[in-house]
Design a protein around this ligand. Structure first.
Ligand code: SF4
Length: 494
């Protein structure tokens, strides 16, 4: 269970928090150092903790730490012991399991078949039920992470080879998973059958002419280590790397993929390429579509930094209203800088975001943000514009209203705490004190992705946090699932 530090101005409890990022490399001298660089490029996906495991042909070596990659994995005393030409790593935002070092990944276990390290982006949505069954049968869990269930399912599988044990385990889990696994036999990368979470493959040439294989959550991590993008791992695909041999397996019955649409709205870095599309270009198209759907007379288009910036550029270009940086974000706000005390805590918000007062005074502004979760940040930002004497404050959101929780590895609050789950548009505008508020439509979001509209029968993406149309069964959430599915059916009947 997550807790939010009230004095932590880097976590105001009102954003959809990043999920996790994974990076693995096989066949590179100093593999762990490249993993550290790759994780650094994926830091936006999880800032709570990081870990790297390497394999030197005989032994596995692991270092896991709370905090950022920089400050942990740039220290020689940490990096020197991470020997070997195979390594994988993980940056974490805790979505399941308490915030503790024992939950930091890669998780590692000594199995009968040898060492087994695993890095996971996603969430196993039947982990609680699987865990109960495993514990009843004698498994002893070391962490509270959903990922550990996979290790125990592998350990207790009756199949002979580690790959078959792993496939056997995956066939029993529900939910979202992009995984990188290391065993003495080699590295395995795989994506769940729906491909909810991303995973790409790249290569990097070594000084001896050989090629190391890389797996990463986003292409930006390949860019940073100087690797070439090869392809995405297909939904339901499992790729095994043994030395220079790469084999692809498709152990699951094929289903229509449903990758997470929120990667385009918020999670992925704008300089990443996802599903053959530039994330930056899609975000600008979302902003342009928003301007078409919800125009407003105004003097300035202002992004809520940083994630609202490309959409704000798209809105400005489509509407012809000038784009200006009316909110300046400090990049130097630490997690524990602010001391207790109401007055100081309030000032902490301004440490992170501050109005560019000279620009705002007397102007009608359109603020562009990626999403509204609880509404508390939007309220603070609108109030900040009012204090800077804006003539009018309009809010435009580059995603549809977030009405449902995510069970696929993204930290959303329970439904009752989502502003859009309990209020209509007018009530939300009143709550955040905006002169007007509008969200992009779900069809508009799909238009920005190049589709004519959302295909209601067979949507191309997971969009459950907007529609409640969860693409998997949610065994651990039976109550929530039945309520949401009922609501969805009711909506469809209308
Ligand atoms: Fe992404 Fe939303 Fe689906 Fe979660 S519910 S995977 S955030 S689209």
């Amino acid at each position: 269970m997550l807790t939010t530090n009230p004095f932590d101005v880097s976590q105001d409890g009102d954003t959809l928090h990043e999920e996790c990022g994974i990076f693995g490399i096989s066949g590179a001298a100093d593999a762990a150092r490249l993993v550290a660089l790759g994780l650094h490029a994926l830091q936006h996906r999880g800032q709570e903790a990081a870990g790297i495991t390497s394999f030197d042909g005989t032994e596995f070596h692991t270092h896991r730490a709370m905090g950022h990659v920089a400050g942990n994995f740039d220290r020689e005393e940490v990096m020197v012991p991470l020997r070997g030409s195979v390594a994988c790593g993980h940056v974490r935002y805790s979505t399941t399991g308490e915030t503790a070092l024992r939950n930091v990944q890669p998780l590692y276990a000594d199995l009968a078949s040898g060492g087994f390290a695993i890095a996971h982006n996603g969430n196993i949505s039947n982990a609680m039920r699987l865990r109960r069954d495993l514990v009843r049968r004698g498994s002893i869990f070391q962490s509270t992470s959903d990922t550990e269930t996979i290790i125990h399912l592998v350990a207790t599988s009756n199949y002979r080879t580690v790959v078959d044990k792993f496939i056997d385990a995956l066939k029993r889990v529900e939910g979202a998973y992009s995984l990188i696994v290391m065993t003495p036999e080699g590295m395995i990368a795989c994506r769940d059958p729906l491909g909810i979470r991303p995973l790409v493959m790249g290569k990097i040439e070594q000084s001896d002419g050989s090629e190391a294989v890389i797996f990463a959550s986003e292409t930006v991590a390949l860019d940073v280590v100087g690797a070439t993008f090869v392809r995405s791992i297909e939904p339901g695909e499992l790729v095994m790397v043994k030395g220079s041999e790469i084999t692809s397996h498709s152990p699951f019955a094929p289903v229509a993929p449903r990758p997470c649409i929120f990667e385009f709205v918020y999670f992925s870095r704008p300089d990443s390429i996802s599903e053959d599309r530039s994330v930056y270009t899609v975000r600008k198209a979302i902003g342009a579509q928003l301007a078409i759907e919800s125009p407003v007379e105004a003097d300035l288009v202002i992004p809520v930094p940083d994630s609202g910036t490309p959409a704000a550029l798209g809105y400005a270009q489509e509407s012809g209203i000038p784009f200006e940086l009316g909110i300046i974000r400090s990049h130097y706000v630490g997690r524990t800088f602010i001391q207790p005390g109401d007055k100081v805590r309030h000032l902490g918000v301004k440490l992170k975001h501050n109005a560019n007062r000279a620009l705002i005074k007397g102007k009608r502004v359109v603020l562009i943000d990626d999403s509204i979760v609880r509404g508390t940040t939007s309220l603070k930002i609108v109030e900040m514009m009012r204090e800077a004497v804006a003539a009018e404050v309009h809010m435009r959101i580059a995603s549809p209203p977030t009405r449902h929780s995510c069970f696929y590895g993204v930290d959303t609050p329970e439904r009752a705490k989502l502003l859009a789950a309990t209020k209509n548009l007018e009530e939300m505008a009143t709550y955040i004190k905006a002169d007007s508020l509008a969200f992009i439509s779900i069809d508009g979001l799909y238009k920005a992705l190049g589709e004519p509209q959302r295909n209601a029968i067979r949507p191309s993406h997971c969009d459950a946090c907007f529609t409640g149309d969860y693409p998997t069964t949610l065994t651990d959430q039976d109550d929530v699932s039945s309520v949401d599915q009922f609501a969805l059916l009711a909506e469809r009947m209308i």
